[in-house]
Design a protein around this ligand. Sequence first.
Ligand SMILES: [Zn+2]
Length: 110
Amino acid sequence: MLDKMTIEKQRQLLLEEKDRLQSKIKRLSEFPDYGRNDDDNAKELADFENNLSLEEQIKYLLNKIERALKSIDDGSYGRCSKCKEAIESGRLEIMPYAELCITCQREKKN
Ligand SMILES: [Zn+2]
């Protein structure tokens, strides 16, 4: 089990990451404006489309962060959502929103 101090630290990490992602998404939603000729417009559109998929990735992460923050509140934080074992602490440090332990994550990929 994670002790209270570690959980608070993880909560801080999650909130900081949430802030960072939210300001990133705000910048992305502003349509880039490079100029008026066709080349510029093509680049502008390509960047906008790149930003869209980036925005989806960020939203996906924000979702995970929300779920992790909720699990801190209900006391299930730090447990693998599949096998219910404790998630490795090193993994939680790097990825505070991890929902699966390393073993289950690897199985999922295969
Ligand atoms: Zn697991």
